[in-house]
Design a protein. Structure first.
Length: 327
């Protein structure tokens, strides 16, 4: 079965479940540094060279490349960016207000000016300030309100590159897609020598570009569960771009070859943006909590926030005709 046929069969709904698992993996991974302090090794770090959360974020970008390229091909500029804004900003805005509430409940003493600046910088994604005076001051990971928001800037930057590439006709030219892949892989391999945010963006965009290529070549990309299982070990052995290619192919194949599973809502985004502040609150209420316990408790405590975010904020912000599909 090809990727194109898998999508036509309706199994693309399984990607909601896959993204939920990835968001949950980020919450679980962060439990270790949140419980024990910055610099604490997260699960899989020693074994694979990347933390569980790092792999999950890479796969998020891979799936975004796959889905957002399709969106860029079928929408004009105004509709495309309106769709992206509706998907990101309403949920984020409410999550930031909730995060501030949890921060003040934990003992934050920041004034209105500092809190307002934090909110606006986080909402615009341009220059996110992660700290707020007095927030979670007694926790091992002090003052940091919502660490995972750093990736949203890079997500939007990837959207920009994708939309420009598609608008210029690159997605219709296999050679251009190959060139984009080669450049993104090279940038990822040499990310350590690239300056600032570019060095951070490069490996993430390599994952995104792999997703773009998967969409462009969807009618030729065969999904083989046997091959998916065979290439999984590459994730622990190969450099980042090849590892994400192998892991992305594996999880995409296994998800799309499984029976269709439609969830009652797409709560992955809510889990991602609420997981950290909820976990910080759990640590504040239960000092000394063990990482594994924190992972389980914070994940369970995050789900109600994510479900409410989807049903009360994110879903109502989407156009009625697209509320069941959220690429």
């Amino acid at each position: 079965m090809t990727l194109d046929r898998a999508f036509a069969s309706g199994r693309s709904v399984n990607l909601d479940a896959l993204r939920l698992l990835l968001a949950a993996a980020v919450v679980v991974s962060h439990a270790w540094p949140l419980a024990l302090g910055p610099g604490t090794a997260e699960p899989l770090s020693a074994l694979t060279g990347h933390a569980l959360g790092g792999w999950a974020v890479g796969l998020f970008f891979f799936l975004s490349g796959l889905l957002v390229t399709a969106s860029a091909e079928r929408r004009g500029p105004r509709a495309f960016w309106a769709a992206r804004a509706r998907r990101i900003l309403p949920g984020l805005g409410v999550a930031l207000l909730v995060t501030l509430g949890l921060a003040y409940a934990s003992g934050a003493v920041a004034g209105p000016s500092e809190a307002g600046s934090w909110f606006l910088r986080a909402l615009t994604l341009v220059s996110i300030e992660h700290r707020l005076t007095g927030a979670f001051a007694a926790n091992p990971y002090q003052l940091v309100l919502n660490g995972p928001l750093w990736s949203l800037f890079h997500e939007v930057a990837a959207y920009v590159v994708c939309f420009v590439f598609v608008s210029l006709g690159g997605a219709r030219r296999p050679g251009a897609v190959a060139a984009l892949l080669v450049l993104s892989v090279l940038a990822a391999l040499f990310a350590e020598v690239l300056p600032g945010r570019i060095g951070t963006f490069a490996p993430l965009f390599a994952a995104f570009a792999l997703g773009m290529a998967a969409h462009v070549f969807r009618d030729r990309l065969r999904l083989s569960p046997a091959l998916a299982l065979a290439v999984l070990p590459l994730a622990a052995l190969a450099p980042w771009p090849l590892a994400i290619a192998a892991l992305g192919y594996a999880v995409l194949t296994l998800a799309l070859c499984a029976p269709a599973l439609r969830l009652p809502g797409d709560i992955s985004y809510g889990v991602y943006i609420y997981g950290w502040p909820v976990a910080q609150t759990v640590v504040n209420l239960a000092p000394g909590i063990a990482p594994a316990t924190l992972a389980a408790v914070s994940l369970a405590a995050t789900l109600p926030f994510a479900i409410a975010s989807w049903h009360l904020v994110e879903r109502p912000a989407l156009p009625r005709r697209t509320r069941q599909v959220t690429p």
